[in-house]
Each structure stands twice: as structure tokens, then as C-alpha cells.
Ligand binder design. Sequence first.
Ligand SMILES: NC(=O)c1ccc[n+]([C@@H]2O[C@H](COP(=O)([O-])OP(=O)(O)OC[C@H]3O[C@@H](n4cnc5c(N)ncnc54)[C@H](O)[C@@H]3O)[C@@H](O)[C@H]2O)c1
Ligand SMILES: O=P(O)(O)OC[C@@H](O)[C@@H](O)[C@H](O)[C@H](O)CO
Length: 423
Amino acid sequence: MSAPSPSDEGRLVHLGIGNFARAHTLVATQRAGSWSVSAFTGRTAAMADALNAQSGQYGLIVRGAEDDEVSIVDVIDEVFPADDVDALVRLVADPFTAVVTLTITEKGYAAGNDPATSAPARLALGLKARREAGVTEPIALVSCDNLTGNGEVLREAVLAAADEDTRAWFEDHVDVVSSMVDRITPSADEGAADLVQERTGLADTVPVVTEPFTEWVVEDSFRGRRPEWEKAGVQFTDDLEIHELRKLRLLNGAHTLMAYAGQVAGVERVDEAIGHREVRALVEQLWSEARATLDLPAADLDAYTDALEARFRNPRLADNLIRIAADGSVKLPVRALPVIAELGGPEKAPGEVAAVAAWTAWVTDRVRAGAEVKDPRADEIATAAAIEDPTERVTALLALLDVPAGDPLVAAVVAEELRLPRP
Ligand SMILES: NC(=O)c1ccc[n+]([C@@H]2O[C@H](COP(=O)([O-])OP(=O)(O)OC[C@H]3O[C@@H](n4cnc5c(N)ncnc54)[C@H](O)[C@@H]3O)[C@@H](O)[C@H]2O)c1
Ligand SMILES: O=P(O)(O)OC[C@@H](O)[C@@H](O)[C@H](O)[C@H](O)CO
């Protein structure tokens, strides 16, 4: 860990320094070279303490189907806890800072206007300070979360929390950039720290395990400085939407379905879920529906889903379904429900209906077993899942996804729950 080097061309501030940013966007930033990185945790101080104790370095294990490649990533200058709002305000106001990237999870964008609990609100305070400091160079805010139009979602969240003068200043001084990110990054397994120590000598309490595949497609809309991410294979485009939809509907859509249907069927990992005959059949069905909404050549989509299947089958990645199962109430409304609507209703989209039914069945099983459901609406989910009558229970659960009572999806989900594979 160090101060910015005199040869650095700018500073990137990252918000939400979890596993994914350390496996993907920060690796690309290291490869681009010549940029200083300051990072913030999303909520607790734990990752800041851990990374600062090892000078910002960490081990990266790229886990292929056959073997591991281990290296040290050394791109971070300093890590701050999320509640160090003064540090964020100082860094965003500093003209040397030109880019802010975010991996704050989907729910982080709906966290409201209180800087104590909302990253977009903290960013709004930083932008206010940048305006007051008279900085003229545009700063780019780059969302790297799994949301359609993630830049637009970020813009709305920041503007909702900003004061009137900053809102007026925003368009001329802030670029909000959407991006599609892809690299499956599970939680590190217990042997990861030993492997890093053995291969690199680094005593690492927070190693990262990821897959060999990596893709980052970024909207080409920066007016100010940015890292030369092209050097790391990043693609820039004027038409991001199709890249986003392809990835979110085929990869994340299948992940979401497997997360719930796989656990309901009694398996724990993604490779087990895709290897489960009936769960795999549901994934095939969901893919055929999602493909019908994507304006891409069939051959490209075949190649994409074939590659996805191989990635899901990686027997060494050990990606636990419970990781992917978090926050269903936030993801299903932007992932499954739009495909159901675009295809003309539940009867036209049984694979997407299965994803919703697998969620209602899974949360019901968890609540009744007294197990945790990680979700910003966990309390409401617990109340709804405890209802005895299946139609009333599904109605109450789907209301949390903004599906009105009496919608045809309710009956479709009640029926589909009974067809889901069980152990
Ligand atoms: N892991 C992957 O395979 C992967 C791949 C592509 C994209 N992503 C995106 O990255 C996000 C983070 O994934 P990860 O693997 O790093 O998870 P992680 O659990 O390792 O890290 C999550 C980060 O988000 C922060 N966070 C959580 N809730 C927040 C909130 N309400 N407000 C602000 N920050 C919050 C956490 O503090 C942490 O820094 C995902 O939600 C997804 O949108 C992940
Ligand atoms: O939290 P989600 O549902 O957006 O994502 C969970 C996984 O699908 C996700 O982390 C993938 O591993 C990732 O999107 C692959 O690039």
C-alpha cells in the first residue's frame, strides 16, 4: 500500500470492496496501469481492517476446471470503512480523482438518502464538495452491479440524494456510465489462504477465488480521464443494452433459478444444480424464453449458453447456491418479471415462472425451518411465508415483488411450486 505514485494519471475510488471488485474491476485497473486506487467498504469495516493489515495486497486464485493460477494483486493504495464519509468527500472533491466504480449490490441503489446507510447519498455529498471546490473536469461514476441500465439506476439514486445546486451542476460535471461485468466469483473456500501463502508467500486473510472467464463491457461515455482498461481486454461500446440483457437474462437468470430450485431439490452448489436432470431442464426452459427476448443471432446465443453451461459445470469452483440466493425480492422484479411480461404472461414463460415459484418455495422452506433469508425485506418475507393457505401465502410473497393480488402469476406460481423437483 502506498500513496499515489508521481507517474499516476489519476485516482479511481471504488465503493463496495467485496470479492467481485477484487476479482475483476481492480484486476483490470492494475493491468491498465498508472492509476491510484482508494477503496471503501460497503457497510462494515471488516474488509478495510483486513486489507490495510496486509498493505492493500491480496491473493487472486483463478480456478479453472483443471488447475489454479495464483497471483498477488497490488493496486490498492488505501481502504476506508464505509462510515468514513469525510474521507469519501475529500477524495471525490479532489481533482486528481476522475473515476468512481461501484459494486454495492443491487439493493445498495435503493438504500435511500441518508449518508449513514446509503452509498449513493455519500456520493452525493462528495459531489457537492467537488462542486464547491470548483473542480471543472467531469468525474465518471461507473456502476458494476448486475442491474439493467445500472448507470441510470445510479444516476437516479445519486440525484435523489443531492442538494438542488449539485443537481443543477451534475449534467455538466458528472458522467454516469453503465457497464456489464461478468466473472463468477464465489466466496473463497477454507483452503484459499493456505494456497496463496504456499504459492506466493503472502499471509492473506481475505483471498479471492474466481473463474478464468472475464468480461467487462463499458459505455463509451467518459469526458474526463479514465484508466486504459483496453489494455486489460475491456470493451467500450455505444450500445450496452444488448450486452446487459444477454448476461442478466441468461447468466444471472439461470443462476437465480438454480439458486432456489437447486436448494429446494436438495443440492448446494451450482455445478450440482446444473448436473441435476430436472433443474437443468428448468434452466433449458428459462434459456429458451430469455433467448426469445434477445435480438441476437441464434448461433451467438447457442455459443453463449454452451459456454455458460461449461462455466456452471466447473467442478472446482465450488460456487454455493446460498451466495446467489440473497436478495431475491430485489432481483426477481428486474430479472424474471420483465421476461414474463415481454412474452405475454405466465403461460408463455414457464421457466421464468419456475424461478419465481422456486423462490416462494425456498423462502417458505427456510422460514418454516427457522433458517435465515438474506434479503432487505426478510421480516415481511417471514410474515408472508408463515401463512398456511398456499394461495394466500403466494399472494403475500408476490406482493413484495409488486405483483397485484389476483394476477395470473399467483395461480401459476402456486401450481408450479407443486411441480418443483424435491429430494
Ligand atoms: N460475485 C460475482 O460473481 C459477481 C459478478 C458480477 C457482478 N457482481 C456484482 O457485484 C456485487 C457484489 O458481489 P461480491 O461478490 O463482491 O459480494 P461481496 O459480498 O463479496 O461484497 C459485497 C459488497 O457490497 C457491499 N454492500 C452490501 N450491501 C450494501 C449496501 N446496502 N450498500 C452499500 N454497499 C453494500 C458490501 O459491503 C461489500 O463491499 C453483486 O451484488 C453483483 O451486483 C458480482
Ligand atoms: O446477486 P446476483 O443475483 O446479481 O448475482 C449472483 C450471481 O449470479 C453473480 O454473482 C454471478 O456470479 C455473476 O454475475 C457472474 O458474472
